[in-house]
Design a protein around this ligand. Structure first.
Ligand code: GTP
Length: 347
């Protein structure tokens, strides 16, 4: 049996990985994707943001794949292998602070994994507006670029052509081997991106950090056929090579969307230096759909998500990713946006 194609999607927090993933699913309509969605924090927001088709979406929330290094990835690969006839191509979306070399390691070095999974390319999506600062502040951003086969410069609308050229020069010095593509709006140059395959033997000694268990022994848990959302639950693990941390707040009470927008805008202008990313699913009684709250740097977006189903428990859950975060302050901020006032508490 031919090994299955694998694409690893990396890029710093908020660069546009999930947006690109959705565009890829849309672009290759005939391809049945299996998707492993790895998020920092114990609650997944991204899995809910992926356009659902016939694809299998699996979440790994109990730690960053590149450093929590648990057996869950192997369990997932085993169970995916059990139903290998139902999908064609595996995409792994890494967390925004992952070192892709660590995730790629078993795919490149372990015969059991290589037999079933062929890592074809590592794609790094880059936020053109924020990358220079990210490179200065976060070694992870450098590692992601250094390890990739294709670099996609995204969010290019607000930067000049001259700056884009300069950026491409900077990226070339970090990784002269990668092909750099420039997105124009929602045109991500997907065909070019997927035409690219990694150079054999280019990767240099990523540190071995996983201890596999029963890899591809065909005894992994079997998942139901068809559309599947498999949540691998577990304890939240702090990222081990970064001072980046996450907090999660949840509220059962309805939120006032206008108030939320206003508070978030003020917060982003005045206080957001240590906050890299906020992602949330918001319950507001004024809407039949969930609202999706996102911030990257100082940008804010609140959009409509999927409709609430009658049997669903309506609640808001918000993940904040940054440095030196004080849960009390965020709880207070979000509580002032609840319809019922300030007596509610996060849980
Ligand atoms: N202006 C602009 N915004 C974009 C573009 N692509 C994505 N975004 C927005 O940037 C935010 C982050 O996008 P995501 O696709 O969730 O980014 P991500 O890399 O998956 O984020 P993490 O998983 O948190 O690391 C969202 O609000 C997107 O709507 C783009 O090309 N231009």
């Amino acid at each position: 049996m031919k090994a299955k194609e694998v694409t690893l999607l990396t890029g710093f927090l908020g660069a546009g990985k999930t947006t690109l993933l959705n565009a890829v699913i849309e672009h290759f309509k005939e391809t049945r994707f299996a998707i492993i969605e790895n998020e920092i924090g114990e609650e997944s927001i991204d899995a809910g943001l992926i356009v659902k088709g016939e694809d299998d979406i699996m979440e790994l929330n109990n730690g960053c794949l590149c450093c929590s290094l648990n057996d869950n990835l192997y369990d997932l690969l085993n169970s995916l292998w059990d139903r290998k006839d139902s999908w064609d191509h595996l995409i792994i979306e890494a967390t925004g602070i992952a070192d892709p070399a660590n995730i790629a390691h078993p795919f490149l070095t372990m015969d059991q994994v290589k037999r079933g999974y062929d890592l074809k390319r590592v794609i790094c999506i880059v936020d053109a507006e924020l990358i220079e600062d990210q490179l200065k502040d976060h070694e992870e951003a450098i590692r992601q670029i250094a390890f990739s086969d294709v670099i996609l410069l995204n969010k290019t609308g607000q930067v000049s052509d001259a700056y884009l050229n300069e950026l491409q020069g900077i990226l070339k010095t970090i990784n002269p081997f990668a092909e750099t593509l420039v997105a124009a709006g929602r045109d991500f140059q997907i065909r070019k991106m997927f035409a690219r395959e990694r150079y054999a033997n280019f990767y240099s000694n990523p540190k071995p950090v996983w201890s596999p268990k029963g890899m591809l022994n065909l005894t992994g848990a079997t998942l139901p056929a068809g559309k599947t959302l498999l949540a691998v639950s577990g304890q939240h693990n702090k990222h081990e090579h970064s001072d980046i941390e996450t907090i999660l707040v949840k509220y059962k009470e309805s939120m006032d969307a206008e108030q939320l927008e206003h508070r978030m805008m003020v917060f982003l202008i005045l206080q957001s230096a240590n906050v890299y990313r906020i992602k949330g699913v918001i319950y507001s009684r004024d809407f039949q759909s969930r609202l999706i709250l996102q911030t990257v740097g100082k940008s804010l977006s609140i959009t409509l998500g999927d409709l609430w189903m009658p049997e669903e428990i309506k609640e808001s859950k918000i993940v904040v990713i940054g440095k030196n975060l004080k849960i009390y302050g965020f709880d207070k901020l979000f509580r002032t946006c609840l319809h019922t006032g300030s007596e509610n508490t996060a849980h």
